[in-house]
Design a protein around this ligand. Structure first.
Ligand SMILES: [Zn+2]
Length: 292
């Protein structure tokens, strides 16, 4: 069985999204959900957790999950899955709800809206002379910054914003918006939906600096979701790569009372490690994988 990992779903998909696919076109999403409802057995989070525990998951089962709480899900995706009786899990990074400026989105904003044809940061030159080059530059800068320690990431981001000549809050694209606490709370009132933890800062936990910082971050996310009545259950690791859930991270998540940790490693669920549960990223032709 697969846990499917989506982010946003939007009617307006721009040329950047066609490459990154973080926000799927609404029509594509609708088609996928209709196929799931006809051919697959969609589980709720509680069904998944109890069948995982008893090792009773079946190859035809799927679990739909959305990371980051994008507001655009409320415009269509949520209505589609409800009308098809498909349950879903929403993972929320608590800091992004209160202060919805996420570094990767800020970087995208700087690259897209800069009036310059090229920029130089830390001795590295980046070409911004047309849309395709901007997309290439964005891929390069994001993968560079993802591997920095948090402090360095912050410094480079501020530098980039000033060099690109775009301030943090202008050109706030619709697709970057995150649900409010009220909207998240509304989701939890629906028996089909569950809200789970996705850290506080939404930064790779192993890159926060120290073990104490990892504990602090996960504890802040526990505190944040507790305010809307959610207790630790599933922890969705930010970025979810293999290196984002090392032993030092898993120990903290276990100690703070979680029973599972979810990654994105594009494999079917197995029972090897409940703190490294695989999900399938819904980009490219990964959707077809669940029918093979
Ligand atoms: Zn995320």
């Amino acid at each position: 069985m697969f846990i499917l990992n989506y982010h946003g779903v939007s009617e307006r998909v721009d040329e950047f999204e066609k490459v990154f696919q973080k926000h799927l076109p609404l029509a594509v999403f609708r088609e996928q959900m209709e196929r799931i409802s006809k051919k697959k057995n969609p589980l709720s989070l509680n069904e998944f957790l109890s069948q995982y525990k008893d090792r009773r998951l079946k190859s035809n089962d799927v679990l739909v999950s959305f990371d980051d709480g994008y507001k655009n899900l409320l415009d269509g995706a949520v209505g589609i899955i409800k009308s098809l009786n498909i349950p879903a899990v929403f993972s929320i990074a608590t800091e992004r709800v209160d202060a919805p400026s996420f570094w990767a989105d800020e970087v995208e904003r700087a690259i897209r809206f800069s009036l310059k044809a090229s920029i130089e940061i830390e001795g590295r030159k980046f070409d911004l002379s047309d849309t395709n080059r901007r997309i290439k530059t964005l891929i390069e800068i994001k993968s560079w910054m993802k591997n920095m320690m948090l402090e360095e990431n912050r410094r480079v981001r501020l530098l980039l914003l000033s060099v690109a000549g775009v301030s943090g809050d202008e050109h706030n694209l619709e697709k970057f918006k995150i649900m409010t606490w009220e909207e998240i709370k509304d989701l939890t009132n629906d028996s089909y939906f569950n809200v789970v933890h996705h850290s506080h800062r939404h930064y790779p936990l192993s890159k926060l600096g120290t073990a104490e910082k990892i504990v602090e971050d996960v504890a802040l996310s526990v505190k944040g979701l507790r305010k809307i009545g959610i207790e630790p259950e599933v922890f969705v690791y930010p970025f979810g790569r293999k290196e984002d859930c090392g032993e030092e991270v898993k120990v903290v998540v276990k100690d703070l009372g979680f029973i599972q940790g979810w990654t994105v490693q594009n494999k079917p669920v197995d029972y090897k490690d409940p703190f490294e549960v695989y999900r399938l990223e819904m980009t490219g032709d990964n959707f077809e994988k669940i029918f093979q």
